[in-house]
Design a protein around this ligand. Sequence first.
Ligand code: 13P
Ligand code: SF4
Length: 314
Amino acid sequence: MEQPHVDPSLDLEEEIARLKSERNAVILAHYYQESEIQELADFLGDSLALAQAARDTDADVIVFCGVHFMAETAKILNPGRRVLLPDLDAGCSLASGCPADRFRAWRARHPDAVAVSYINCSAEVKAASDIICTSSNAEAVIRSIPEGTPILFAPDRNLGRYLVEKTGRDMILWQGSCVVHETFSHRKLLGLKARHPKAQLIAHPECEEPILAMADFIGSTTKLLRYAVSSEHDELIVATEPGIITQMEKAAPHKTYIPAPPNNSCACNECPFMRLNTLEKLYTCLRDMSPELQMPVALQEAARLPIDRMLALS
Ligand code: 13P
Ligand code: SF4
């Protein structure tokens, strides 16, 4: 979606606040959104906290500043509320790398297995899964499955491999990955660590194995934020989307945060999908009540049970 033309004399922050109250809307935003959107959010969080906030809201309208699968989850948990996403093209490489027909065929080849899907997948894949997880609760979800039961895990092979190691459970992994978390350069990180011997490397479990192997702490975005703020370490190398650094700097401004370097000189450590949402699009979507997420009711109902199972464990 192109950047909409907006009257440059408008104070967008003020307009968004006015429209939000007129529409009785709530703005939910992921940590990977640009800082001006983070500033305007009523609730900021990781995938799990955002799903919980969506479940608990009593607003009439949810404006989801995140990506498509997150807005879908909010709609599934709120069939009666309108869910807006400033840019409907805000997808996710994990979700698009796991088409529902291929996922269902994969499941059919393993009829005895429990299918655990990472929340970064389409509603169709959720509907064909037994239980959903996020990076915050994945370990608890895997441990809730009786020992000896075969497990299919989709779509992130990096998170999957990390969980196999953590839980000792053997899992069959879908071979998907996140374009952002696979961009970090192991070689450059080794150099950075050598130049900053006191710095701790903190990493999201969507990163590749060599990065996770050298990390001092691994966790979801919320866990990385808590660790960065509360640990005694003053220098942190952050191997995830750099949007999270906004909140780290806000909560512990005296510390130094170094974004983990990507393989080349691109800005590919920024999620190209999350960053499609802009302040202008947030304003026009509240003004026009569009784009709105639409989903067949049968699909919403089918995808709800595996999400509810996850929420019951969280
Ligand atoms: P969390 O929000 O669970 O940390 O996941 C990060 C992510 O990549 C979201 O797309
Ligand atoms: Fe998907 Fe990766 Fe972007 Fe998260 S950071 S939305 S996993 S592409």
